[in-house]
Design a protein around this ligand. Structure first.
Ligand code: ACO
Length: 319
C-alpha cells in the first residue's frame, strides 16, 4: 500500500505588501531585501481572515482538482504555527467549515517544516490502512507575529495556505521521507509568548538570529537530502524537481548547488510570497503543478527547515 497526491490547491490573501510599501514603515530598502532574501512582495491576511479561512480556500481547490467528494475524506491534518485559537485545533475548525463530519482531524506544529511533517504523517496513516483519503494543509499568517519595527524580521514573512489530497494507491506516490529535530537550537528562531492566567507572557513577536539560521539551514538541508536519497538507493541525477521551503533565495540556491541541480529545476515563489512558513511548500507545489511544470513520472523533492529546529525532506513520484 502506498499513498499518492491526487490534487493540489492554494490560496493567497488579496492584500499585497511590496518592499516599497515596507520602505515607508521601517528603515529598509527594496534593493536590500531583494539582495539578501530574493523577496519582492508578500501577501498579508485581512484583519478578520484566519488560518482556517485561508486553509478552507486552498482545500476546496485541492479537493476540486482531486475530483473526490467531501464524504470521502477520512483524515485532515493541518500544519500551522498560527492556529485560529488555543483550542480546538485549526483542523477541527477547517473540518467544520468544509462541512465534513467523518474521520480524524488534528494539527501538526513544526513551523516551516510543518507541511513535510504533516504529509509524512498522512502517508503513514494511509500506508497502515487507517485512512484512505487525506487532506493535508499548510496554513500560516506569520505576519501576525511580526514586530513591524524590527527590520531584521518584518521584511521576510507573508501569509497564505496550500493543500493536497493524498489517496491510497497500489503504486507510489510518496517514495520516502526523513525528518529530524534538535530542540537545543530553539533560541535561534522563536516566538516565545504563551497565555498565562489571561495574560500574554513572553514576547509575542518572532525573534531570529538570521545568520545562524542561514548557516544551519544550508548545512542540514543538504545532509537530510543525501540521507533520504541513500535510504532509497537513488542519486541526485534522479531528482527532476526541487520544491523547497521558500525562506530565502540564497538558501535555496546554496542547497540546489550542493545537489548539483540547475535553478531551472527548482520551483521558486519566494519573490512573490515571502516566507509563508508551513504554507510555502504546498503553495509552490500548486503553482508548479498548475503551470504544467511537474508531470507524470517525475521525481519531486520537498525539503524544509524551520524553528525547533525541525527539518526534513521527502521524495514524491508524480502520478
Ligand atoms: N533592511 C536594511 N538593512 C537591514 C535589514 C533590512 N531589512 N535587516 C538587517 N539590516 C542590516 C543589519 O542591521 C546589518 O547592519 P550593520 O552591518 O550596520 O550591523 C546589515 O543589514 C547586515 O545584517 P545581517 O543580519 O548580517 O544580514 P544578512 O546578510 O545575514 O541577511 C537575513 C539577513 C536575510 C535575515 C539572512 O541572515 C537570512 O536570510 N537568514 C536566514 C533566515 C531565514 O531565512 N529565516 C526564515 C525563517 S527560518 C526558515 O524558514 C529557514
Amino acid at each position: 500500500m502506498y499513498s499518492k497526491i491526487i490534487g493540489t490547491g492554494s490560496y493567497l490573501p488579496a492584500k499585497v505588501l511590496t518592499n516599497y510599501d515596507l520602505e515607508k514603515i521601517v528603515d529598509t530598502s527594496h534593493d536590500w531585501i531583494v539582495s539578501r532574501s530574493g523577496i519582492v512582495e508578500r501577501h498579508v491576511a485581512a484583519e478578520n481572515e484566519l488560518s482556517s479561512d485561508m486553509a478552507e480556500q486552498a482545500s476546496r481547490r485541492a479537493i476540486e482538482a482531486a475530483g473526490v467528494g467531501l464524504d470521502e475524506i477520512d483524515l485532515i491534518i493541518v500544519a500551522t504555527t498560527t492556529p485560529d485559537q488555543t483550542f480546538p485545533s485549526t483542523a477541527c475548525i477547517l473540518q467544520d467549515k468544509l462541512g465534513i463530519r467523518q474521520g480524524a482531524a488534528f494539527d501538526v506544529q513544526a513551523v516551516c517544516s510543518g507541511f513535510i511533517y504533516a504529509l509524512n504523517t498522512a502517508d503513514l496513516y494511509i500506508r497502515s490502512g487507517q485512512a484512505k483519503t487525506a487532506l493535508v494543509v499548510g496554513t500560516d499568517a506569520l505576519t501576525r507575529l511580526l514586530d513591524w519595527n524590527d527590520r531584521s524580521t518584518c521584511v521576510l514573512f507573508g501569509d497564505g495556505a496550500g493543500a493536497v489530497v493524498l489517496r491510497a494507491s497500489d503504486t507510489p506516490g510518496i517514495l520516502g521521507a526523513k525528518l529530524h529535530a534538535d530542540g537545543s537550537h530553539r533560541g535561534m528562531l522563536q516566538a516565545e509568548a504563551h497565555i498565562n492566567q489571561g495574560r500574554i507572557a513572553g514576547s509575542p513577536f518572532i525573534f531570529m538570529d538570521g545568520q545562524s539560521v542561514f548557516k544551519f539551514a544550508v548545512k542540514v538541508l543538504s545532509e537530510v537530502v543525501e540521507e533520504l536519497l541513500a535510504s532509497l538507493n537513488m542519486n541526485r541525477s534522479e531528482i527532476d524537481w526541487l520544491v523547497p521551503h521558500q525562506a530565502n533565495i540564497r538558501i535555496i540556491e546554496a542547497t540546489a548547488k550542493k545537489l548539483g541541480l540547475g535553478m531551472d529545476r527548482v520551483v521558486t515563489t519566494v519573490a512573490q510570497h515571502g516566507n509563508t512558513s508551513a504554507a510555502s511548500i504546498p503553495l509552490a507545489l500548486d503553482s508548479a503543478v498548475r503551470a504544467g511544470k511537474i508531470t507524470t513520472g517525475q521525481n519531486v523533492l520537498l525539503e524544509a527547515v524551520g524553528g525547533g529546529f525541525a527539518w526534513g525532506a521527502m521524495l514524491v513520484r508524480w502520478s
